[in-house]
Write a protein that binds this ligand. Structure first.
Ligand SMILES: Cc1cc2nc3c(=O)[nH]c(=O)nc-3n(C[C@H](O)[C@H](O)[C@H](O)COP(=O)(O)OP(=O)(O)OC[C@H]3O[C@@H](n4cnc5c(N)ncnc54)[C@H](O)[C@@H]3O)c2cc1C
Length: 234
């Protein structure tokens, strides 16, 4: 539901959506922001790693963001948002300050974190850092995490700063090239892993095809598209 006429968006926001207040904002970089929020409404539904929320970002637009942390008892949550500067979601997130009210749909539990599979590999871009962090923090003792996040040169330090234990790889001329390179170098030790591919839809396809060519079972690949070049709000 990326866009609705304003009157319908108002009805939706009034009837189905939860409210929370922004309690903290932090710029890890001018194009990467943490937003923490709190509200009694958030105590009504639990939110597991991989769950999605959909804030209202303008009079007419809604965008998906996945919490990077959530505590249902305290009614608190956090999001890590890549400010790419090309759409209303990015503009909204950049403008948010402490005390602002968020109106959001969800949480809806979508991607399930498998806490039994011995090895987990996460591959994605800036938009997936928050989801990966929440998933990493939900893994069981004994599970092994590997993987990489592809970013622009200036954001290479961001995964580490957020506490995400994945290597950052520098985006090349083509989206996804660096992640395929990482896979080439690291597939042997991860053949039996469960792969989570989150981010750009074409990159997800590229990685999935590479894994299938390398005889990784389709059942061991979980994919969710977070954005598509030239398309608004998935
Ligand atoms: C389930 C789900 C969870 C998500 N979780 C997160 C999250 O936790 N953090 C986060 O930052 N994002 C997350 N995203 C991605 C985010 O919703 C998209 O980037 C969305 O397009 C942002 O909305 P917008 O209004 O800024 O841009 P839109 O209006 O949707 O798009 C405008 C233009 O920007 C382009 N664009 C969109 N994303 C990018 C990008 N990353 N890089 C370059 N160009 C882009 C589009 O192709 C389009 O041309 C998630 C998406 C989904 C589906």
């Amino acid at each position: 539901m990326p866009t609705l006429p304003k009157f319908l968006a108002d009805i939706t926001a009034g009837s189905f959506m939860r409210k929370a207040k922004v309690t903290e904002v932090h710029y890890y970089h001018e194009s990467f922001k943490k937003i923490a929020f709190q509200g009694e409404d958030l105590k009504k539904r639990d939110c597991k790693p991989g769950a999605q929320i959909e804030p209202r970002v303008s009079d007419t637009d809604f965008r998906h963001y996945n919490p990077s942390a959530y505590d249902v008892k305290k009614g608190t949550g956090e999001m890590l948002i890549y400010l790419h500067g090309k759409g209303p979601g990015s503009e909204w997130a950049d403008k948010l300050v402490v005390g602002d009210t968020l109106t959001l749909m969800g949480p809806a539990n979508k991607i399930t974190l498998d806490t039994k599979h011995k090895r987990i590999v996460m591959l994605g871009d800036e938009t997936a850092i928050g989801t990966f962090l929440f998933m990493q923090n939900g893994m069981s003792a004994g599970q092994v995490l590997d993987g990489a996040v592809e970013t622009t040169t200036e954001l290479l330090h961001i995964p580490m700063l957020t506490g995400l234990n994945l290597r950052a790889v520098e985006r090349g001329k083509e989206n996804g090239e660096a992640l395929v390179g990482w896979l080439r170098d690291n597939l042997d030790k991860n053949r039996d892993a469960l792969f989570y591919l989150l981010g750009n839809s074409d990159v997800n396809k590229l990685l999935r095809n590479y894994l299938k060519e390398q005889n990784v079972q389709g059942g061991n690949i979980v994919t969710t598209k977070y954005w598509t070049e030239g398309k608004t709000g998935l």
